[in-house]
Each structure stands twice: as C-alpha cells, then as structure tokens.
Ligand binder design. Sequence first.
Ligand code: SF4
Length: 358
Amino acid sequence: MPGDLRAAVEALRRLAEESATAVTVMEVCGTHTVSAFRSGLRSVLPKSMRLISGPGCPVCVTDQGEIEAALSLLRRGVVVVAYGDMFKVPSASGSLASMRGEGHDVRTATSAMDALRVAEENPGREVVFLGVGFETTAPATATLVREARRKGIANLSVLSFHKRTPPAVEALAGAADVQISAFLLPGHVSVITGHEPFRFLADRFGLPAVIAGFDPEQILLAMVEIARQIRAGAPELRSVYGTAVRPEGNRKALGLLDEVFSVRDARWRGIGLIPDSGYGLRGDYGDFDAERRFSLVIVPGTPPAGCRCGDVLTGRITPPQCPLFRTACTPLSPVGPCMVSSEGTCGAYFRFHREERT
Ligand code: SF4
C-alpha cells in the first residue's frame, strides 16, 4: 500500500477510535460500491465504520412499471434502443433480452446518439430511446432530442425515466427506519449539479456529506473527512474531488437539461414516488415524448417475488440478507435488477464478498 494511503488508513483508524461512535456511511453511487469492493477498501475500514449502498444504480432504481412500459412498445412493433445494462432487467412479462429472443426489435446503445442513427436508417418505423440514468446521462438524452429536432427526425421519441439524485438522497436522509450517519456523494453527478443541491444534508439533517470520485484513494479520503466531521461534531458538505466539481456545477449541461426537460415526480424502486425526482420532456419538446406519442399509462409495477432489491437500494438490508442471494438469484440467473447491473449491489456482493452471509 503506498505511503499516503497507509497514512490515510491510519488517520481513519485514529479518528474512529477517538470518536468511538458506530458510523454507517451510505455510498450513493453503484460505482463507489464496486470500487470499494474491488480495491479491498472495505477491509481496511475501522470496525466501527460501515459502508452501505444506496439508490445510485440507474438500472436498479428503474421501476418495474417503467420496464413494462418499454416492453409494451415492443409489442406494438416499435424499435426500442436501450443501454446494454437494461437488457436483462426482469419484469413480470419478460425483459428486453427475452423480447429480443422472441423476435422483437431491441437495439443496444452505447450512446444516446445511436438512437438517432437507428431512426435515420429506419424512416418507416417508430424508434424509441429508453432514457435511464441520473444527471450524468440525462444531458446526452437532451442532446439527442435537440439533434432530432434540428434534423427534422419525425420517427424518434424518448421514454424518459431519468432521475434526479438529490431528492432520493433527501428521502433516505429523512427515513426513520434507515440509520445513516453520513453520505458519500457521487463525484460525476456533482460535476453536473454542483455542490448546492446536496447542502441540505448538513444544514437540515446534520449529516456529514462528502463528494468523491471513484478511485479508492478518493473514497478513503472521503471516509477520513467524514470521520473527522463526526469526531468534531461539525457536519458539513465537502468535496475531495478537487477542481472537477465546481460549486455551480456544469452550466452548459444544466442549461441543456433545463431546455429539454422539466422536473417531475418519479417512481423509484424501493422508495416509491418521490416528488421532483425525475426528468420528463418539456412541453416544447412534447413531439419527442414517447409517453405522449403512444398514450402510455405507466403504472407502478410489482417486484419479482421474493426479491428485496428495494430494501438493498435503501440500505435496509445487505444482499446476503436476501434469502434468494446466491441461491435462486445469481448473475447468470438474476431475479432482480440489483443482481443484473454491473453497478448493482447484489452483483457486487456476489463477485467480491465472500464472508458476510447474514
Ligand atoms: S439477491 Fe437477487 S432477489 Fe435478492 S435482492 Fe438482490 S436482486 Fe433481488
């Protein structure tokens, strides 16, 4: 272990001993979850400090009803273009992958702009891009919509299930049955949003909140900062992500989001309907809104039987506490989205975590 990391681990241990308080830190982003596992960082944390995962995996938080809506479009002969992570997410009536196996037209996107190409190549077909993800991927969808308008593409629309991170974090910070001492906040989201949308954590909830990148060094630095704040009894919002996160965020991306999307309520797996936590297309861009074009009514879905993904996403349980973990539910045969996604907590526990089974 490099000397500066060893020094950080030592500092963390010292701070943890001095405060003598059990600390539960929610890492909001799935990439933090995977990085902390893969690097072995969890094993060097003081015993009094615990990392739990939050609702930061875009595939995982997409509600069952939203998946069903996408599948219903396929049954109507629409071409659906989606990021690869979405393909194996199961729902009551199948998945994008199983629908493709049945001959429906589902295309994999590596970027939102792939949907524009598919629409241009298939002028006689309706093409829908499945917009999922947080503030990080929503600007790419906004660019797609703007470009489709500029080019006069009439057969493309977007099913926007994009979500906003701060309202979900707020819902968890205020949840009486989830004990969270501090938040490890996602650097990439904060690059877009800036600091301010997360300041409420310290100001209103009295919780330390630290923005960090995804390297284990960054996570470790954030944990030291959290431990320091807890010991000092002085919670605040800090960033250890350096100059990448500006307090005001990325004005260009925020402007784009504001132009194309309006904020609306959104349904999150495991949390339910959260006010102002989603992005829908603005009225100005209503022609590109797949919900409107196809008169879709999205109803809350029922999670797969026995799957406790919602409890995992909200830190109420860890994956080994789900009875299906490693038995009925594995990456090859996933029951819920938390096992499907590369950023899913259950998938991360399956790959990296051996000893904890309770
Ligand atoms: S282990 Fe599988 S069934 Fe259990 S919560 Fe995770 S995804 Fe759902």
